[in-house]
Design a protein. Structure first.
Length: 336
């Protein structure tokens, strides 16, 4: 397959590109990426010399660029998005632009050109807060943040193109993903890089909100499975099956680094904080995929990667990073 991978210079997209080129020797990949603050060409260093790889710097909202590249591809995989919930709470507009309008631009090119597959990378956050049980693919979407609403909007546009024009759309809904090459604003890389510098680990609210942490290689293999073995018109959940709260994430990171508990710091809670996500992954498992890396092992591997690759993340924690940090993180008010 000749793949067009939008957003392939980001965290999960770059792992998907590395995985595709090493596991599918007949495939080629063109990455289209705008290189926002979260995109990083260095994530693609391991494949940069491959004759089966090409990078194009551009925006998925630019119809002309998308049309040209889509015309050279057999399938499209769309990772491109604004992806951080806290930034969506501060400035939702760019999320709607990229995650909804940008998805539409890719779909519209796919409609005219005709591809074998269009894989839309979505998120378990579209199901909203799940107080009990596990979300199955047929469950209603109840997004509760501007980020998850934008991702749900992108999915709905993809459904519309599937129903109206027969675009062979497959959607994946992955859970919270961690591992090497993740921009250090999400909880696990933020806690690791802060702890390495003996800085506080900011835990939102009571620290009891639960996530299902999924190692990035497991997520990328799940997307690869859905792309190749999934049925157009179907949606697939991807998750590990664990339930871990903010305190436990901090404990795992501090334990792996041998740092003290006193680095934990409670800060103001996220607005509208979803307390729990949990997905039922039996549909994807039916295609032969299963997760491989338990959180305790994945955290150790990730800690080791950030310890050994400080020249990758230190330049990212400067300037705009700290401006956002000081706006987002507020100490809890002292008790009355
Ligand atoms: P990321 O923020 O690390 O990467 C996003 C990439 O998209 C960056 O390289 C960025 O430069 C690029 N991009 C942004 N806007 C663009 C535009 N207009 N045109 C072209 N490129 C653009 O994100 P990630 O964590 O790797 O997530 C990738 C996808 O997976 C997203 O769609 C996200 O919603 C979804 N997802 C993420 C997680 C997670 O836990 N990180 C879990 C489930 C689903
Ligand atoms: O579930 C999939 C989603 O996972 C993806 O769609 C998103 O792109 C990705 O960012 C992630 O969203 P979360 O909101 O779950 O990830 P985040 O790392 O921002 O937060 C994880 C949990 O940790 C959540 O309960 C909020 C809490 N948290 C987060 C940060 C950044 C903290 O306690 N402190 C923090 O500093």
């Amino acid at each position: 397959m000749r793949l067009l991978v939008a957003g392939g210079a980001g965290f999960i997209g770059s792992e998907f590109v590395r995985h595709t080129l090493s596991s599918h020797p007949d495939d080629s990949v063109v990455v289209l990426d705008k290189l926002t603050y979260a995109g990083n060409l260095r994530n693609l260093d391991p494949v940069a010399a491959s004759s089966r790889f090409r990078f194009v710097h551009g925006d998925i909202c630019d119809a002309r660029t998308v049309e040209t590249l889509a015309g050279e591809a057999d399938a499209i995989v769309n990772f491109a998005a604004e992806s951080h919930v806290d930034r969506s709470l501060e400035a939702p507009g760019q999320f709607i632009q990229t995650d909804v309008y940008g998805t539409f631009v890719l779909l519209d090119a796919a409609r005219r050109i005709g591809h074998s597959r269009f894989l839309q990378v979505s998120t378990d956050e579209v199901y909203g807060d799940v107080t009990e049980g596990r979300s199955a693919e047929g469950d209603p979407l109840r997004p509760r943040s501007p980020y998850s609403a934008s991702k749900a909007g992108g999915e709905m546009m993809a459904w519309a193109y599937r129903e109206s024009y027969g675009v062979p759309v497959i959607t994946t809904r992955g859970s919270n993903t961690y591992g090497p090459y993740q921009y250090p604003e999400k909880i696990i890389p933020l806690f690791i890089t802060n702890a390495l510098d003996d800085q506080p680990l900011p835990i939102y609210g009571d620290g009891n909100a639960v996530r299902d942490y999924l190692y990035v290689t497991d997520h990328a293999r799940g997307i690869d499975t859905a792309l190749r073995l999934g049925t157009p018109g179907e949606d697939y959940n991807i998750g590990y099956g664990g339930e871990t709260n903010g305190h436990e994430v901090a404990d795992l990171v501090l334990g792996a680094l041998g740092k003290p508990d006193s680095l934990k710091q409670h800060v103001r809670d996220r607005l509208g904080h979803d307390r729990r996500y949990a997905v039922d992954t039996r549909k994807l498992e039916g295609l032969g995929w299963e997760p491989d890396v338990p959180l305790a092992d994945g955290i150790k591997q990730t800690v080791e990667w950030y310890r050994q690759n400080q020249e990758w993340w230190r330049p990212l924690k400067s300037g705009e990073f700290w401006e956002f940090y000081s706006r987002n993180y507020k100490p809890l008010s002292p008790p009355p």
